[in-house]
Design a protein around this ligand. Sequence first.
Ligand code: CTP
Length: 411
Amino acid sequence: MVDTNHSQSAIANSPPKRVLMGIGGGIAAYKVCDAISTLFKAGVEVRAILTNNAKEFITPLTVASLCRHPAYTDDYFWQPTHYRPLHIELGEWAEVFVIAPLTANTLAKLSLGLADNLLTNTVLASTCPILLAPAMNTDMWGQLAVQRNWQQLLLDPRYHSAGPEIGLLACDRVGTGRMAEPEEIVPWIFSLLHTGGKRDLAGKRILISSGGTREHLDPVRFIGNPSTGKMGLAIARAALHRGAKVTLVTSAALTPAPGEGIEIIRVVSAQEMQQQLLAQFPEADITVMSAAVADVKPTFYSPEKLPKRSLPDTLPLTPVPDILAELGQRKQSHQLLIGFAAQTGDIFAPALEKLQTKKLDAIVANPVDLVDSGFGSDRNQAIFLDNQGGKKAIAPCSKLQMAHHLFDFIR
Ligand code: CTP
């Protein structure tokens, strides 16, 4: 499921955001339909251009129906009915331009600045950020010429890239070349709408924890909590989209795709999370501890599943280390350390106390007992507090948007 919540609150009182989809000729074009549908449901205005080859895979009628607007093809480009050239109109209109699937042919043209159809002319006639989602057979993707074109194109800071992923391709090969899924592309688009394409975290290493830890009694029973890792994933994506090098230490099943560009370190327990975070921490410029770490673990662990009759009437518990407090002790002056305070009832006072006692630079006071907030929800709300007395309330919004607000706040 793609998160459709992102823009609703962002655009409630402002004009709709404008996204231009450039669709190339590849079987992955069908996935673009899903992305357009998600954007439309979130209140984004979408216009689309199909290349002649794209029309072999999906029809302009499909795309027009999803956009609630005619889909542009080269037939429109050459019609003398526009009072201004269509590629100029579309190029000026777009806030974010997405080219998906990006074929080897369109990639080659863009790397040379060639313009021989509506899509490539509109690229040259626009200045907004462009998100590229390549899709092709593994051998095509691996060609020296294709890789040279790709690297050449990415030298231009207006281009951002999603994928390609490793997976089963339409040619039945398994390898690199699969187009990024809409679940990856849509958050990228929302990030670009938020940032305008700026990479204000470029050169920064960002360490994030996510998910609820599991403290096992035996191989099948554990103490845990309802955290799903959605907030941590959103923070990781927002940081990546703003140019950072991101490592996510996670106990959640929900993780970025392997080709998304986020280093993933999987853990289960608080102790494993502590080991991994302590190892990564010295290199991190910013650390965001969004994981819901269990506070206690069963004192005894059975490596074999305990039969029901052997389960104790009362369970002896041992505290687990407070990882964030330990990071606060180790923090150097150039590092920023951000915590979360998952609270019910009064969120402010406990969050302020955690900010001070754990020696944090900022904390997210996060109500987990409200609608549109907390564990498992696609949306969240919070009050950000910093150690200088700064404070910012964030109304309910998508978790990705909350993540961007957090980076705006700490910068
Ligand atoms: N945290 C941690 N290690 C723990 C417990 C919490 O690193 N053993 C971190 C969390 O990741 C979060 C912050 O500390 O960033 C606050 O966690 P929270 O559960 O809200 O509070 P606790 O410190 O556990 O205190 P309490 O449960 O009493 O509210």
